[in-house]
Design a protein around this ligand. Sequence first.
Ligand SMILES: O=P(O)(O)OC[C@H]1O[C@H](OP(=O)(O)OP(=O)(O)O)[C@H](O)[C@@H]1O
Ligand code: HPA
Length: 187
Amino acid sequence: MNTPHPSLTDALAQADLLYARHELEPVIAAMGARIDAALGGERAVFLTVMNGALIFAGQLALAIRTDLEFDYVHATRYRGETTGSELHWLRAPAVPLADRVVLLVDDILDEGHTLKEVREDCYKRGAKKVLIASLCTKRHDRLVDGIASDFNGVELPDRFVFGYGMDYYEQGRNLPAIYALKDGNGE
Ligand SMILES: O=P(O)(O)OC[C@H]1O[C@H](OP(=O)(O)OP(=O)(O)O)[C@H](O)[C@@H]1O
Ligand code: HPA
């Protein structure tokens, strides 16, 4: 039988709160203004990477004044676990991307495999420019070559994080803050 996953209550008891909602909201609002400036009036495809980006994407979209065309992809590399493997595509973009500016929106740029592959897919579909907006990035030296966020909210320590869309064994996504497990826990 599979070992049951640790509970969210236990995780929270062994975690530090890194960023509360009231600290993230102004960061996201400022990012929206920077994205408006970068788009220069062009109507981009706002491509949310489900599931983790759901909360950030909603807040970011409301902070962007330029009209956007919404679409989403569903790609998962962690599949409810705390370490990643190969990327599983559950849903490809539906909107034609040829000659479009695409704004890829995700909760976290960790090792970068997910956003790199999704960005490559957008270019294969003919996108003329792909910009990346992430709520957070992690500080470590495991980032794959050739990927970076164009717009990033906050930098996090190299610890497993959850909340604000990010899951701990599919739990805790709707916590209104980002938490980090204390070093050595949960992996
Ligand atoms: O930079 P990487 O190391 O590739 O990790 C980042 C990706 O991992 C998470 O997705 P996950 O696979 O957990 O699926 P989810 O969005 O459903 O949580 C997160 O939402 C990013 O898409
Ligand atoms: O630290 C993390 N937490 C949750 N989801 C993630 N996906 C990549 N890294 C993480």
